[in-house]
Design a protein around this ligand. Structure first.
Ligand code: NAI
Ligand code: MG
Length: 338
């Protein structure tokens, strides 16, 4: 396995070191290449993602990313120039975010029940494509547009991916989340696509919810969800709610997938660079380790992915909830367990 590693800023390098520790313990023949990208590089050289680096990244089987960001960088620069650019250039059309409430993890919900959902968020379209502009800026007549782009091709491939995942899970249930009653143009494309693709998956039951109603059910009855499919913006928001109810940012893993396999997929914890705790050795590396599990699964090593997930499940069920997390100790435990 040839893995490109973008450790990034803040706690990024701290959690990535532990992710690699666990990955090496199950896949010793791993070859890694480190890429220095992020706030530190931008501040030093003004570079975000040189084309030559992008070309090199394409030559790897997968990418592991820590976190990118620093309070000293104006908002938007790293997001558009690096994080979103990676996703668009490498055609990461599936943003995969599992949300499972592990035994031993405290949910902020009084009665969470059993939560085990897989959110499939579209990653290359919607309102995030930068299709818009500003006229008459800084005048009372300023006009700002941010047009949501939805293509039949783009919706179909992510919906089909979600059905495939639902088909492979015990409950075989898929929920489309959108706002079809108000966003009627895009909503109709999404609904019709789900209906069409559903015909290919007769064993998968399908539900639909408006995003506002779904936001309530994520809090009041999250156990009802199995696989969720939704657009880029709604997915960004509801996946954070899903993370919150299943134990929070230290546990939330994600994959940015080119499901066609043409480009390397990228795996990263959902959290950012956490400048408030960087350098203290107290960041929880579990989200990164779970992202490594997603990486293994994506590359066809489902048995190794299961080992990593089982190690995390065991560790979480036996952790002292009062004790301060020590990044390297969690990594050592998980590497030994896996
Ligand atoms: P954040 O996720 O970095 O931190 C939010 C809170 O969660 C902080 O209190 C932090 O200490 C805590 N936290 C985060 N990860 C943790 C972990 N593994 N273990 C324990 N506690 C953890 O979000 P914030 O503060 O909004 O952003 C900080 C920087 O990260 C910003 O520059 C932002 O742009 C960037 N960012 C980067 C992302 C990425 O690389 N994909 C995603 C989100 C934010
Ligand atoms: Mg987000």
């Amino acid at each position: 396995m040839r893995l490109a590693v973008i450790a990034g800023d803040g706690i990024g390098p701290e959690v990535v070191a532990e992710g690699l520790k666990v990955l090496r313990s199950v896949a010793p023949d791993l070859e890694t290449t480190d890429y220095d990208l992020g706030a530190t590089r931008w501040q030093r050289t003004g570079e975000l993602l040189p084309d030559s680096v992008l070309d090199e990244l394409r030559g790897h089987d997968a990418i592991l990313l820590g976190a990118i960001g620093d309070p000293g960088v104006p908002p938007g620069i790293l997001e558009r120039g690096l994080l979103l650019r990676l996703r668009f250039e490498l055609d990461h059309h599936v943003n995969l975010r599992p949300a499972k409430l592990y035994d031993g993890v405290r949910s902020p919900l009084a009665d969470p029940g059993s939560i085990d959902m897989l959110c499939v968020r579209e990653g290359t379209e919607g309102p995030y494509v930068g299709n818009g502009g500003v006229l008459r800026r800084d005048t009372p007549h300023e006009i700002a547009t941010e047009v949501s782009l939805n293509t039949a091709f783009g919706v179909q491939r992510v919906v089909r991916y979600a059905f495939e995942r639902a088909q492979a899970r015990p409950r075989r249930h898929l929920t489309l989340i959108h706002k079809t009653n108000v966003l009627t143009h895009a909503g109709s494309l999404w609904s019709r696509t789900v209906e069409e693709v559903a015909a290919e998956f007769p064993e998968v039951t399908v539900a639909y919810q408006h995003v506002d109603a779904a936001s309530m059910f994520f809090i009041t009855d999250p156990g009802r969800y199995d696989v969720i499919v939704t657009d880029n913006l709604f997915g960004d928001i509801v996946t954070d709610v899903a993370a919150a109810v299943t134990g929070g940012i230290g546990l939330a893993a994600s994959g940015n997938l080119d499901a066609s396999g043409t480009n390397p997929s990228m795996f990263e914890p959902v959290h950012g660079s956490a400048p408030d705790i960087a350098g203290q050795g107290i960041a929880d590396p579990t989200a990164t380790v779970l992202s490594v599990g997603l990486l293994l699964d994506h590359l066809g090593s489902a048995d190794l992915a299961r080992k990593v997930n089982a190690a995390v499940a065991f560790d979480l069920s036996t952790r002292d909830p009062q004790a301060q997390v020590r990044t390297a100790e969690v990594g050592d435990r998980l590497a030994a367990l896996a």
